[in-house]
Ligand binder design. Structure first.
Ligand code: GLC
Length: 724
């Protein structure tokens, strides 16, 4: 009997309950702390088979040591699954995910994940808790930094690229790492932008905005999914049977592993839907959770739940099968020491750094550039570099910086010194990053005297975004506003341009920087090669090309501000007071989704869409002329939108349906092509099922989600089946 059974069935038939629950348990080693610390030594538990998975363990030696305990000293020899948060690079950091999204290049998104997978597997890891796919339209929420911005189409494309990049062509390969689409789902719209708070959104928004990125990840073959901490309309995602077992497994056919977030199963008690750990464990198992991260609810609660007949052994066995299947697909049974068998050669690390520098430069968004003050002239001889983020290499990592230590990151100051070796570069932080302390402002401002240009480096500390880092005030922290004012006053008195480099994990509300900076760069947190990348932009070695993936609010009171809003019955009208607008601010964001300048100057014209009459099976071919009328070669990003003005339900003012990039020399003009499956013009009808509705739809293309700057034409959607 045993001979004909698969390895998994053979193991399952021999496992005790404790060993089964061990395979459904993930506890933290101590390389990093990513949640409430729950004490406990894992080695003995691994030896006894009471723990089958770990997180926050990094380093091939440490991983192999514990693998050896599991494989050679435990009764059944089942290898460990070891995961870590490799969000935007492992030891060498790429820009934070929100910044990398600004590149709007799925090839880049995939390549950086591939590089991170290579580096993380060289450290023995087989699972990363990434990509984070939470669409966010609320910069108060610190985790906007980890995500794909405000648009589901972008998030879905990022999901596919990241899953391909992390998992590679073969999950058992030594440099492949299992991806984890998180946090399923609708974590972004937490109440008041406050992390972990409840979520109340419409079924429509759930289907149109928050499910698509995860559906794309499942279609791309993502190995694991992590539910969000939050409750959705009162049902915590960790116990959300309709969306876990129902939508993911039954409707989408997801056969991978569901890993709870850190301690989230036990937190069902705090949510108030479980009286004790046994009930919490039963609810999570019933909903479809396979691995309990850090709450020990499965190990300590499921035996009691079984006794109460609140849990079924069949569900436990099904979960164990999925976990063992994942370990088998990862090749962990075949060779548990495959990952980390050899260190990476120095040449690979150098190449990765070069990529980190390129991607960081491409991620930064040039928000404004008055009188083409950038790029700086090569012969510049005196530069004042001011601000608490000018010489702060460790801050450049941003949140979720994985295994990147404090060392080895290039500061702005270092980058500028290497780029302008003959210039006199003077630096002063002026004020601390967060604290209110103004003693250094006067001396810092005095450095402006005699400078030809001032580089002002301000923004958030890396820890002011990411998890548990929501903010109600979205301006510069501490005394930085006072420093900025002093610098602007000094600079204005002397006619010196100020180039402001803004570091943040979210759009900040900085009207004073917008008003007084000659140039303003959203650098996000650029990663390990920050300073080199910024220097590449300031010198003109590279032209900026980043585009903001989040609408940039003018005031916090506008939040949520995003381009995909529906028109309402009273769309804003300047001559009618009874329309949807504010008394004290325009409706429009400071900078619209997709905004970003380059060192070129791009014009768009002659939009043509064929065929003009389409059925669901048609394929639209969109052609647009792009021309660079500027004096420098640069890369433009063109966005494709649709607008359905009349349908059975109110439709958004703009829906993103594509984006592409084109690099043009000065004076060069090119017809660019985009295609769009007409089926993408379906939408969720009143029943929330996809519908195709005949009628006229507008197709728009251009530089950002400001329809005044878009080319537009119309197509006619014909009835889906030709009527006799
Ligand atoms: C954290 C985060 C999650 C992360 C996990 C493991 O609380 O919510 O994104 O992957 O714990 O570190």
């Amino acid at each position: 009997m045993l001979a004909g059974m698969s390895r998994i069935e053979r193991l399952l038939s021999r496992m005790t309950l404790a060993e089964k629950l061990g395979q459904l348990t993930m506890t933290a080693a101590h390389h990093a702390t990513t949640g409430p610390v729950i004490a406990g030594d894992s080695t003995e538990a691994i030896r006894s088979g009471a723990i089958g998975n770990l997180l926050n363990l990094v380093g091939a030696d440490s991983v192999h040591e514990l693998q050896r305990v599991a494989v050679e000293e435990s009764r059944l020899g089942i290898p460990l699954l070891i995961g870590f948060d490799v969000l935007h690079g492992h030891r060498i950091q790429f820009p934070i995910p929100l910044g990398e999204t600004a590149v709007f290049d799925p090839g880049v998104w995939e390549r950086t994940a591939r590089e991170a997978a290579r580096e993380a597997t060289a450290d023995g890891l087989a699972l990363t808790f990434a990509p984070m796919l939470d669409v966010s339209r609320d910069p108060r929420w610190g985790r906007s930094a980890e995500g794909p911005g405000e648009d589901p189409f972008v998030a879905a494309r990022l999901a596919q690229a990241k899953v391909r990049g992390f998992q590679g062509a073969r999950l058992a390969a030594a440099d492949a790492i299992a991806a984890c689409a998180k946090h399923y789902c609708a974590y972004g719209p937490v109440t008041a932008g406050r992390d972990y708070a409840s979520v109340d959104i419409s079924e429509r928004t759930l289907h149109e905005v928050h499910l698509p990125p995860f559906e794309a990840a499942v279609r791309a073959g993502v190995a694991t999914i992590m539910p969000a901490f939050t409750d959705l309309a009162g049902v915590p995602m960790t116990a959300h049977r309709p969306l876990l077992r129902g939508h993911l497994r039954e409707r989408l056919g997801f056969e991978g592993v569901l890993i709870s977030d850190y301690n989230a199963i036990a937190e069902l008690m705090r949510h108030g839907i479980a009286a004790d750990l046994a009930e919490a464990a039963a609810l999570a198992l019933e909903a479809g959770i396979d691995i309990d991260m850090m709450s020990d609810a499965f190990r300590r609660g499921l035996p009691e739940a079984l006794r109460r007949r609140r849990a079924r052994m069949a569900d436990i066995d099904a979960a164990v099968r999925r976990v063992l299947r994942l370990k088998e697909r990862l090749g962990l049974f075949a060779d548990p020491y495959r990952r980390g068998a050899r260190p990476e050669p120095a040449a690979v690390l150098r190449r990765r750094r070069r990529m980190a520098r390129e991607v960081a430069a491409r991620a930064m968004v040039l928000l404004q550039n008055e009188a083409d003050v950038l790029p700086l002239p090569p012969g510049i001889s005196r530069i004042a570099v001011i601000g608490p983020l000018a010489d702060a290499p460790a801050e450049m990592r941003g949140p979720w910086s994985a295994a990147a230590g404090n060392e080895g990151h290039v500061s702005v100051l270092q980058g500028l010194r290497e780029a302008f070796p003959r210039a006199r570069i003077e630096h002063a932080a002026g004020v601390p990053l967060r604290e209110v302390e103004e003693a250094g402002i006067e001396a810092a401002a005095a450095l402006c005297d005699g400078a030809e240009v001032i580089i002002l480096c301000v923004g958030e500390a890396a820890g002011m975004s990411g998890e548990a880092a929501s903010r109600t005030q979205l301006g510069l922290p501490g005394s930085q506003p006072r420093l900025a004012r002093a610098v602007f006053e000094r600079a204005r008195a002397r006619g010196i341009p100020v180039i402001t480099v803004l570091f943040s994990g979210r759009p900040l509300i900085v009207p004073e920087l917008v008003e007084h900076s000659a140039a303003l760069i959203a650098a996000w947190f650029p990663g390990s090669e920050a300073g080199s990348a910024i220097a590449d932009l300031l010198t003109g070695r590279r032209s900026p090309e980043g585009r903001t993936p989040l609408s940039w609010p003018r005031q916090a009171g506008q939040i949520p501000v995003f381009f995909g809003q529906r028109p309402s019955g009273r769309p804003a009208h300047p001559d009618d007071g009874f329309t949807s607008k504010y008394l004290d601010s325009p409706n429009e964001p400071q900078f619209p989704f997709g905004h970003g300048l380059t060192y070129g100057r791009f014009e768009h014209s002659d939009l043509v869409v064929n065929p003009a009459r389409v059925r669901p099976t048609s394929r639209l071919r969109i052609r647009l002329t792009v021309r660079n009328t500027g004096r420098r070669t640069a890369t433009d990003t063109v966005f494709l939108f649709a607008r359905d003005p009349l349908a059975s339900v109110a439709r958004p003012l703009l829906e993103l349906k594509g984006f592409t990039k084109v690099r043009l020399r000065p004076g060069e003009r090119r017809r660019i092509d985009m295609t769009l499956a007409a089926a993408e013009l379906r939408f969720h009808g009143a029943s929330l099922e996809p519908v195709w509705e005949p009628g006229e739809v507008e197709i728009l293309a251009g530089p950002c989600a400001d329809r005044r700057r878009l080319q537009s034409t119309k197509v006619q959607l014909l009835p889906s089946a030709s009527r006799k």
